[in-house]
Structure formats: structure tokens, C-alpha cells
Write a new protein. Structure first.
Length: 240
């Protein structure tokens, strides 16, 4: 299939490499002249790793041109629902995920299962740590927020999350966000009890895993319409 790339930074270039390795053709789309680029193109699905401030506008332009979209851009979570509804309206497919790593989605699944277990053990206090490279703009990461929302959905005593270095008590989940050189992504969920600590940790060692997952999502969206969760495409159910 022919894939378009929205955002040709480090992730966009890695997506291009993975797409070519999987036998697809690729076109880098011009974000400054996207409508005309799409009109003269036969791109079937666009993969978005652009920026939060332009992602929504670019994706909606793709929908109007009849092009499905896989988006891994984070920091614009409030607009995802509106975009999902627009995909249905235009008869195209859409998949957004804060993280397209297969290993991360296994971690999402395990995080949900563990949270349901820990719901019955109030003596354990949950907290989170995420570490990314210094160029990452959003904090905490979209992946960390997704993990936190899973805890909030499955642990009755946790009502909200807060980015803070100090551990919170009561009903607030603490997320500590660090930025260090050349860290692709580390996420850790911990439960501290009176006698021990339980931790679930995912460490991404390269961008290739994110890019390969995004290309896989584009492949699976062929012939589909509407909004689709990546973990559901993988057969894991949803991460709610």
C-alpha cells in the first residue's frame, strides 16, 4: 500500500524505513501545502508523528481527502474524540495511540490486570515514573497518562493523577517525569506496601518499535472505517 508521512522528523524517518522494509511505498506529505499534496496523491493511509499544535488540523484534512490516518502524536488528547467522530463521518479509518510499541501494549494489558488485583489491597500505594529524551515536549508523556488513566479506572481509591516528584497520599496518583539525554522511553508503575514493592516496567531501546507498530496499524486499517484502538487491532481488547 502507499503510505503518507505527516511529520518528517526522527520518528517520521524511522516510519519511512520500516514501511519500505515491509514492502510499502512512501510519500512524505507537505504539512504546509497538505490539501494540494493529498489531491494529487494516491496515498491510502497517512501516519502522523508531527506536533500537537498541527496534528488535529492535518488529520482532518486527510479525512476530507478520503485518507485514513494512524496518529502517534501526543499532547492533543482533548481533540482525539472529535477526530474519531470525523473519521466515521467521512467513511475513513482512524487509530490514535500514545505509543505504538507492541511491548508497550502488552504492558498496558498487564497494567490493567495488575490494577484490578491491587484494587483489593489498599495497603499498597501506587506511583509512576517516566523518563524520556530532553527533546520531548509534553510532560508527563501520553503513555504515562494512558497508564495513569488505567489505574484510575480500575482502582477505586485513586481519583486523579498529578505530575510531582514527591509521592502523593490519598486519592492522587503521583507521576514523576524526568528528561535525560537519548532515552527513548521508560515507564514504571510501582506499588509500595509495608513490606515490599511491586513494579511493572517497560523500556523502549529504539524508535523502530514505535514505527513498526504504526505501520502495522496502517496495514490492519485497510478496508475499515471509524475509530479503532490499537490494542483491539492487536487482539488485546481495549486498554480502558
Amino acid at each position: 500500500m502507499k503510505l503518507g508521512i505527516l511529520g518528517y522528523g526522527k520518528m517520521g524517518k524511522t516510519v519511512e524505513q520500516q514501511a519500505l522494509m515491509r514492502g510499502h511505498t512512501v510519500q512524505v506529505l507537505n504539512l504546509n501545502n497538505l490539501s494540494e499534496d493529498l489531491q494529487s496523491s494516491d496515498v491510502q493511509c497517512a501516519i502522523d508523528f508531527s506536533h500537537a499544535d498541527i496534528a488535529m488540523t492535518s488529520i482532518l484534512q486527510c479525512f476530507k481527502a478520503g485518507v485514513s490516518v494512524v496518529s502517534g502524536t501526543t499532547g492533543w488528547n482533548d481533540g482525539v474524540q472529535q477526530v474519531s467522530e470525523s473519521a466515521e463521518k467521512h467513511g475513513v479509518a482512524f487509530c490514535w495511540a500514545p505509543n505504538f510499541s507492541l511491548g508497550m501494549h502488552i504492558t498496558f494489558y498487564l497494567n490493567k490486570v495488575l490494577a484490578k488485583i491491587m484494587n483489593t489491597y489498599p495497603e499498597y500505594s501506587p506511583s509512576m515514573l517516566e523518563i524520556h529524551h530532553t527533546q520531548k515536549k509534553d510532560s508527563p508523556s501520553g503513555t504515562a497518562i494512558a497508564l495513569a488513566e488505567q489505574l484510575i479506572s480500575n482502582i477505586d481509591r485513586i481519583k486523579s493523577w498529578k505530575e510531582t516528584v514527591a509521592e502523593e497520599t490519598g486519592d492522587v496518583l503521583s507521576i514523576e517525569a524526568k528528561r535525560e539525554e537519548d532515552v527513548k522511553g521508560i515507564h514504571r508503575v510501582s506499588y509500595s506496601g509495608p513490606f515490599d514493592t511491586i513494579s511493572l516496567r517497560h523500556h523502549a531501546i529504539s524508535r523502530d518499535g514505535f514505527a513498526a507498530g504504526a505501520v502495522l496499524a496502517a496495514e490492519k486499517l485497510q478496508g475499515m472505517t471509524g475509530n479503532h484502538e490499537f490494542d483491539a487491532l492487536l487482539g488485546f481488547g481495549t486498554t480502558k
